[in-house]
Ligand binder design. Structure first.
Ligand SMILES: NC(=O)c1ccc[n+]([C@@H]2O[C@H](COP(=O)([O-])OP(=O)(O)OC[C@H]3O[C@@H](n4cnc5c(N)ncnc54)[C@H](O)[C@@H]3O)[C@@H](O)[C@H]2O)c1
Ligand SMILES: O=C(O)C(=O)C[C@@H](O)[C@H](O)[C@H](O)COP(=O)(O)O
Ligand SMILES: [Zn+2]
Length: 370
């Protein structure tokens, strides 16, 4: 794999995601100017295409729609609110209405152009419309490229918590155009680094080495190793979901740091970016692993070092523990009254910690309390 950012004329890197549980395999493409791939992925049977995009990408959404209309599709654009505000049942219902009014049939196709919030909703609308239509992800944030758009987890939030309603519905293809990252706000870019770092801790420590080599430079998509980081993180995710689409086992490792993260996001009424919450969640999980006697001090400390070096948060409000604990009980990994966390037995050795002693949980939270 090249350690340099790829020239814009180079052919895209293609990472295959195997189909499991009766789903088809698909490719994740990483490169530049990939929209020419869309008609091939949409396929010959589609008459209508709906392009779902966030408000921030109104121009891009319209450009994609126009391009598809020129190719002969009846193409509509559906604008969603930015970020987490899109992940509601009301927004999904707005999309269902637009599809109904357009006469969208089972051979028609949805294209989600945007960050993880947009691709989560686009996939969810695709999963639910007529009980499932084809969809294509065009992720435009680093987080969506390396994580949200790959693997077919789609969904929305409810008042009770994050991603509580959803479906496993893999896309027909994922187009990661690295040029999209140039317009991303710095805090959104850095937030996405949290999921890349997660991939480093659970499976591919070279990711950590590349970021630690120059954490300041790694905060920008212009970093010499950005393409390699994106590619490595996608490979981690693709490998996992290729063998366990429906999270019956291995896929739980991708939830590293997320048990606390989702509770923080809900507590902050989704005003924290997902990646920022995952950063605190991973420091917490590392402390939990250490206190449970699973994780060595050096690897636990490395979490704070690398996440802090790129500017991600490491702490959260100490007085919020009772509320966070309550929310964590409806985490999707919970079984009955049993709380379950992903922790590390060592670098790149993720495992499940079931029903930890409440005193250990509280002590781990003490280590991330501000
Ligand atoms: N399905 C999964 O497997 C999975 C995995 C990880 C995260 N997620 C979800 O992804 C979401 C977070 O995604 P995110 O970090 O991409 O944030 P986001 O989708 O909320 O996007 C952040 C902001 O950037 C804007 N934006 C998007 N692309 C842009 C661009 N190229 N230039 C300028 N602005 C742009 C968006 O409109 C938004 O305002 C969360 O809801 C999280 O739960 C899902
Ligand atoms: O793909 C997965 O599986 C993950 O857990 C990836 C996470 O980064 C992602 O945030 C996911 O949406 C969380 O899933 P959830 O099932 O805990 O809602
Ligand atoms: Zn995540």
């Amino acid at each position: 794999m090249s350690s340099e950012n790829r020239p814009q004329t180079a052919p895209p890197v293609r990472i295959a995601v195997a189909g499991t549980a009766g789903t088809e395999s698909y490719d994740v493409l990483i490169g530049h100017q990939l929209l020419g791939e869309l008609p091939g992925l949409i396929g010959p049977r589609a008459k209508r295409v709906a392009v779902l995009h966030p408000e921030a990408l109104a121009g891009t959404g319209e450009a994609v729609r126009e391009d598809l209309a020129e190719q002969g599709y009846e193409a509509i654009a559906i604008q969603l609110p930015n970020a987490e505000e899109a992940k509601t049942v009301e927004v999904a219902a707005y999309c269902w209405k637009a599809l109904g009014q357009t006469g969208f049939t089972r051979t028609d196709v949805i294209v989600g152009v945007g960050g993880g919030a947009t691709t989560d909703v686009a996939g969810f609308v695709a999963a639910t419309w007529l009980r499932g239509v084809r969809w294509i992800a065009v992720p435009t944030t680093v987080l969506a490229m390396v994580d949200a758009a790959v693997g077919g987890k789609t969904g929305i939030n409810t008042a009770e918590g994050k991603n509580l309603v959803g479906a496993f519905h893999p896309p027909a293809g994922v187009l990661c155009d690295l040029a999209a990252l140039d317009s991303l706000a710095e805090n959104d870019y850095v937030s996405g680094l949290a999921e890349i770092i997660k991939a480093g801790f659970i499976a591919d420590p070279v990711i950590l080495d590349l970021i630690e080599a120059d954490p300041q430079a790694a905060r920008s998509p212009q970093y010499a190793h950005t393409a390699e980081l994106v590619e490595r993180a996608i490979r981690v995710k693709a490998d996992v979901v290729s063998s366990d689409l429906k999270e019956s086992g291995l896929r739980e490792i991708l939830n590293y740091g997320h048990t606390l993260a989702h509770a923080i996001e809900k507590n902050e009424r989704y005003n924290w970016r997902h990646g920022a919450a995952v950063s605190v969640g991973m420091v917490f999980a590392a402390e939990l692993g250490r206190l449970a006697g699973r994780l060595d001090d050096a690897t636990a400390d490395r979490h704070r070092a690398v996440l802090g070096a790129v500017g991600l948060p490491l702490t959260y409000r100490g007085d919020q523990w009772p509320r966070l604990l309550e929310t964590m009980k409806v985490d999707k990994k919970s079984r009955g009254d049993l709380l379950r966390f992903i922790v590390l037995d060592g670098l790149a050795k993720p495992t499940v910690l079931e029903g930890p002693d409440p005193a250990v949980l509280l002590a781990a939270y003490g280590e991330v309390s501000a």
